[in-house]
Write a protein that binds this ligand. Sequence first.
Ligand SMILES: Cc1cc2nc3c(=O)[nH]c(=O)nc-3n(C[C@H](O)[C@H](O)[C@H](O)COP(=O)(O)OP(=O)(O)OC[C@H]3O[C@@H](n4cnc5c(N)ncnc54)[C@H](O)[C@@H]3O)c2cc1C
Length: 298
Amino acid sequence: MMLNPHPGLPEFDYVKPKSLFEASQFLATHAGEARPLMGGTDIFVRMRDGAWNDKYLVDVKGLDGVKDLSYDPSSGLTIGASVNMNRVIASAAVQEHYPMLAQAADKVASYQLRTRATIVGNICNASPAADTTGMCILLGGVLNVHGIGGKRQVPLKTFFIGPGETVLQAGDIVTSIQFPLPPTGLAGKYIKLGRNKASDLAIVGVSVVGYSTNHTASGVRMMLALASVAPVPLVVDQVEAILADNPITEQTLTHAAQAAMNACNPIDDVRASARYRKMMVRNLALKALREVWETIQQ
Ligand SMILES: Cc1cc2nc3c(=O)[nH]c(=O)nc-3n(C[C@H](O)[C@H](O)[C@H](O)COP(=O)(O)OP(=O)(O)OC[C@H]3O[C@@H](n4cnc5c(N)ncnc54)[C@H](O)[C@@H]3O)c2cc1C
């Protein structure tokens, strides 16, 4: 792909439909030349660089169910697609019931950028380096999607196909992401390794959640997801299996971290070599698993 050597935003039409139905119809009719607009923090960079050349940006931020953030003690959390990351981080319900999601969102770029950037935009952009997707998968996130055929739900773990590619079809708009109630005592940790702490994409991102349960031999269930080390956000099922089947000791945690390293398939790029990424996966997975295990025991 040739990037524009003289970047500047190309001309496009801004479209503001009055309903989800109208928005889906427009997006489907203009497939390949229109896309939904949320915070625009990915879109405008890609358009400025010449990587994307859409004729229409379809502003769906104000439509039904898209602006709300709500928590229901019987069903869980729903985050509307246009709710920005700072609002998620500041939400009392998120802080109390899903603090690990706030922690992951807080690692995205800067405060200023997070006043625009959304969790749903982070997900739909489908970058393998996205900071919030791993945690959203581990928390059981399900996307509410409006398309030309009406509404449907898509579990996030089935959503990603490859870098920048998802199961969304022309006309589809994600209206919100919802999370089930967290298991009692849920602990979690997101560790991001970037080239700097200010505003850089992850070289490696490690999300871990865990809780006590009677349903495993070890008495805990722990799950791990990785960013930036595979074409899509990578949930390492083997980590969960190792930690379910064996008593949790330093040796077991090390074994699980090693499994995380073996499972990933990173590339060399400007931010880091594949070899460095793999080694950092092992180190940071061990650190995150240890921390979550310690929290579970408290
Ligand atoms: C300076 C800078 C630093 C950054 N740092 C980080 C970082 O540290 N970590 C990180 O993960 N990301 C980072 N990003 C990337 C970006 O900010 C995030 O991916 C952000 O969450 C995108 O959200 P948005 O609302 O701006 O999405 P947009 O740019 O509006 O949209 C992104 C893509 O998703 C699609 N989309 C958006 N909403 C929907 C919807 N409701 N339905 C269907 N499709 C939709 C759009 O059509 C587009 O293709 C950075 C970006 C910049 C410019």
